[in-house]
Design a protein around this ligand. Structure first.
Ligand SMILES: *[C@@H]1O[C@H](CO)[C@@H](O)[C@H](O)[C@H]1NC(C)=O
Ligand SMILES: *[C@@H]1O[C@H](CO)[C@@H](O)[C@H](O)[C@H]1NC(C)=O
Ligand SMILES: *[C@@H]1O[C@H](CO)[C@@H](O)[C@H](O)[C@H]1NC(C)=O
Length: 316
C-alpha cells in the first residue's frame, strides 16, 4: 500500500527542499556561537523572538520573486538529475513558487551570512536521494558566496563541497536504509521452483559503513530514510531480511516492521553516540517524483504545482 501511495504522488521534493533551505538559513544562525566551536543545543529560539512555525503556511506563485541563485552550470549537479540542463518542462513555473509561512516573515536565504555564521564548521547529510537533492541545491546556493568551492568526497561521502573562504564542508553520505545492508545471492539450487533470487541482509543494529565514523567531523547532521522502504525497490524475489546480533530476526519481519525497527535502532544510536553538541535534524518524508509509473516504467514528472493542504496523492 505505501508503495502504491509513493509511486503515484506528486514530485514536491523540490519544494520541500526549498522549505528546508529556508529553515537552515533561518534557524542555524540561532544555534551558532562565535566564541565556541560547538553549537548550543539547549535552546531553539532566543527568548525575545516570537514563536514561529515555518512549516505552517502556503505556496504562492510569484513570477517576480527574483532570479534563481544558480543555473545548469553549477558543478555540483549529478548530471542525470540536473533538471535545468536536461530541460525539464515548466522549470519557469516550478521556480516561481514561493513558500509563505503563516505567522512569520521568511527572507530569502543569504549564502554569505549563512557561511559566515557557519565558519569552521561542517554540515553532513545522511540518507537517501531526498537528502542528496537537497544537498545539491544547497551547495549550488552556497557557492554563490564562495566561488572557490571545491568538490569534496572524503570520509565516505558520496558528494560534497569544501568552501575555502569560510573553512566549511557540506557533504552527503549515501546510506539509503541508514542501517548496513548487503546482497546475498541464493546459494542453493535445490528449490529453483521458487522465484527467490537472493536476499538483502539488513543488520538492524549496524550503521551503514558510509556514515559509521563521521560523527566527530560534523557539527550539524541531517538524517533521512524512506523512499527505499518499498516493494518497488525490494520485491519478493529479492527481499530484505532483517538480522540482529548477526542472526536473522525470528519470526522474520515484514518490510514495514523492519523499517520501524531500523528507525528505532538508528535513532537510539544517534542519541547515544553522536556528540551532544552536534545539532541533529531528522528530515521527514515527501512524495515521490513519478507519475504514471515508476522511473523505469514510463513514469514522468508532469506536475508544476505543490500538493494542496489536504491532498495526499494525485490520482492516476
Ligand atoms: C513577489 O515577489 C516580489 C519580490 O520578492 C515581491 O516584491 C512581491 O510583493 C511578491 N508578490 C506577491 C504577490 O507575493
Ligand atoms: C577549519 O575548521 C576545522 C573544524 O571544522 C578546524 O579544526 C580547523 O582548525 C579549521 N582550519 C582553519 C585554517 O581555521
Ligand atoms: C513504455 O512506453 C512504450 C511506448 O508507449 C511501450 O512500448 C513500453 O512497453 C512501455 N514500458 C512500460 C514498462 O510500461
Amino acid at each position: 500500500m505505501p508503495t502504491k501511495l509513493y509511486s503515484s504522488i506528486f514530485p514536491s521534493i523540490f519544494f520541500l527542499s526549498l522549505i528546508f533551505l529556508f529553515l537552515y538559513s533561518t534557524f542555524l544562525p540561532l544555534y551558532t556561537n562565535n566564541d565556541s566551536s560547538s553549537l548550543p543545543t539547549n535552546k531553539f529560539l532566543p527568548s525575545s523572538s516570537p514563536p514561529c512555525n515555518l512549516f505552517k503556511g502556503h505556496w504562492v506563485l510569484n513570477s517576480t520573486k527574483g532570479k534563481p541563485f544558480y543555473d545548469d552550470t553549477c558543478p555540483f549537479h549529478r548530471n542525470a538529475w540536473n533538471c535545468l540542463k536536461n530541460k525539464r518542462d515548466n522549470m519557469g513555473i516550478i521556480n516561481s513558487w514561493k513558500w509563505v509561512p503563516k505567522d512569520c516573515k521568511l527572507e530569502r536565504v543569504d549564502p554569505w551570512r549563512f557561511l559566515g555564521l557557519m565558519r569552521n564548521r561542517n554540515i553532513g547529510f545522511v540518507g537517501d536521494s531526498l537528502n542528496e537533492n537537497f544537498l545539491v541545491s544547497f551547495l549550488c546556493i552556497l557557492r554563490v558566496a564562495d566561488e572557490g568551492a571545491k568538490k569534496w568526497k572524503k570520509k565516505g561521502a558520496w558528494r560534497g563541497a569544501y568552501f575555502p573562504k569560510y573553512n566549511v564542508t557540506v557533504a552527503y553520505h549515501r546510506a539509503v536504509l541508514l542501517a548496513k545492508y548487503k546482497w546475498n545471492p541464493k546459494q542453493s539450487v535445490v528449490s529453483d521452483e521458487d522465484e527467490l533470487k537472493g536476499i538483502y541482509r539488513v543488520d538492524v543494529d549496524i550503521l551503514a559503513d558510509e556514515w559509521s565514523s563521521i560523527a566527530d567531523f560534523y557539527h550539524v547532521l541531517v538524517f533521512n530514510t524512506g523512499h527505499w522502504w518499498g516493494y518497488d525497490k525490494f520485491p519478493k524475489e529479492t527481499p530484505l531480511v532483517f538480522y540482529r546480533h548477526g542472526r536473522p530476526i525470528s519470526p522474520p519481519l515484514g518490510l514495514l516492521d523492519g523499517f520501524k525497527v531500523v528507525l528505532e535502532d538508528m535513532v537510539h544510536h544517534i542519541q547515544k553516540e553522536v556528540p551532544k553538541n552536534t545539532l541533529k535534524f531528522w528530515r521527514l518524508q515527501s512524495p515521490r517524483h513519478f507519475y504514471g509509473g515508476d522511473w523505469n516504467q514510463n513514469g514522468s514528472c508532469l506536475f508544476d504545482r505543490p500538493l494542496e493542504e489536504e491532498q495526499q496523492q494525485w490520482s492516476e
